[in-house]
Design a protein around this ligand. Structure first.
Ligand code: S3P
Length: 450
């Protein structure tokens, strides 16, 4: 499945109970960071369980272009021979980050305080997404960006030859922006301070500390204040990437809505800044348990057990939880269609600037499948029809967005009629084994093109 190739139409149909173990791939956020931080150390970082999705492979390629030696050792094991903080070389060609907002924004941050110039591009989805949110703070360090209108890619970034540290209040809840500023701060002398009003995923902070950077995180009532001391010598690490909760969401949600299901999803990272979906599902009445809870590589991990849940209820999702489940709203909206009552999701403006406008993409597709959805600039409401009552039967546009494609395929697994997506190709960016894995559990997912 390639996000750049010909479209891959796919269809899913109602199936018998889903059962078995769903071993989902490594965490996408941690995989990007492992490669980038590995490239910023002198010496060899080894990574196991790396997500070998297209987004992360594009970041691996970019790290090579900046001078790191990145080697695929097979079986999810990778090695990175880094060049050190401030050691990035100027790439010969254009850096193509494909579909990945995380890739491009973090890499821009990592190079912004080195005296080199790089040009970035991406696919049709990435080239529509806003980049000023990172180039604005990077300009405070002394970097200069020239892109298309509205701060869109393709874009050239001229790194600061003489960077100064920055104090930055992140204006939108975004771990990508926070991380870009912290990575830029690595090669600025003195202290870079990032202040976020809402806590977003904190893998960059945890991993920077693990790599030996001096970094403190202070939580107050109003904000989280992160202080990084620049120009550290990072120490190479052994990183075991936990499995991705955002990918686990798909087999978990499928099990909740397909009658008779019982699925175990082992080894899932449950960092509190990522686990909001699971709290929400339990509040809706989901039969979802955490087994064998443990800490691995500094991150909380558990085996998730999800069983068919016949009495799901719509709820109001607290806006304060949005950052911890921002990528899971599309699949939550599918579960909400099988609940009774309204599921109200507020404070989710960021969903409009993801790989697609996710509110619009899901609302349009759910309506086409017989589900009532209302939406506004930063909210949407799904009116549940209850189990067995979702008509389905429509073909939905995936808008080059992996999570939209997978969400509609989950919808088809419990709808009265099959549900199709025009292009399942983007699934390869984050969850390349989605189709075979769901089939192993008992799902009926087919490629329906040509
Ligand atoms: C990510 C942060 C989130 C998320 C994305 C991964 C990260 O984006 O949607 O899939 O790894 O930092 P924002 O930071 O733009 O909210």
């Amino acid at each position: 499945m390639s996000s750049h190739g010909a479209p891959i139409p796919m269809t899913s149909s109602a199936c018998g109970p889903l059962a078995g173990r769903a071993e989902v791939p490594g965490d996408k956020s941690i995989s990007h960071r492992a490669l980038i931080l590995g490239a910023l150390c002198v010496g060899e970082t080894t990574i196991s369980g790396l997500l070998e999705g297209q987004d992360v492979l594009d970041t691996a390629k970019a790290m090579r272009a900046f001078g790191a030696e990145v080697t695929d050792l097979g079986g999810g094991n990778w090695s990175v021979q880094g060049v050190g903080v401030g050691g990035f070389a100027e790439p010969d060609g254009v850096i193509d980050c494909g579909n990945s907002g995380t890739g491009v924004r973090l890499i821009m941050g990592a190079m912004a305080t080195s005296p080199i110039t790089a040009t970035f591009t991406g696919d049709a989805s990435l080239n529509k997404r806003p980049m000023a949110r990172v180039t604005d703070p990077l300009a405070d360090f002394g970097a200069q960006a020239v892109g298309r209108a509205g701060g869109r890619l393709p874009m050239t970034l001229v790194g600061a030859a003489d960077p100064v540290p920055v104090r930055y209040v992140v204006p939108v809840p975004s771990a990508q922006v926070k991380s870009a500023v912290l990575l830029a701060g690595l090669n600025a002398p003195g202290q870079t301070v990032v202040i976020e009003a809402e806590a977003t995923r904190d893998h960059t902070e945890r991993m920077l500390a693990g790599f030996g950077a001096q970094i403190t995180v202070e939580d107050t009532e109003e904000a989280r204040v992160i202080t990084l001391t620049g120009q550290p010598e990072l120490t190479p690490q052994r990183i075991d990437v936990p499995r991705d909760p955002s990918s686990a969401a798909f087999p978990v949600c499928a099990a909740l809505i397909v009658p008779g299901s019982d699925v175990l999803v082992p080894g899932i990272g449950l960092n509190p800044t990522r686990a909001g979906l699971f709290t929400t599902l339990r509040e809706m009445g989901a039969d979802l348990t955490f087994e064998n809870e443990r800490v691995e590589g500094g991150e909380p991990v558990a085996d998730l057990r999800a069983r068919f849940s016949p009495d799901l209820k719509g709820i109001e999702v607290p806006p304060a939880r949005a950052a911890s489940m921002i990528d899971e709203y599309p699949v939550l909206s599918v579960v909400a269609a099988f609940a009774t009552g309204d599921t109200v999701m507020r404070g989710v403006k960021e969903l409009r600037v993801k790989e697609s406008d996710r509110i619009d993409a899901m609302a349009t597709g759910l309506r086409a499948n017989g589900v009532t959805v209302e939406d506004g600039p930063d909210w949407w409401t799904v009116t549940g029809l209850g189990h067995g009552n979702v008509p389905g039967g429509a073909t939905c546009a995936s808008h080059l967005d992996h999570r939209i494609a997978m969400s509609f395929l989950i919808l088809g697994m419990a709808s009265q009629n099959p549900v199709s997506v025009d292009d399942g190709g983007p699934i390869a960016t984050s969850f390349p084994i989605f189709e075979p894995l769901m089939k192993t559990l008992g799902a009926q997912v087919e490629r329906t093109g040509g």
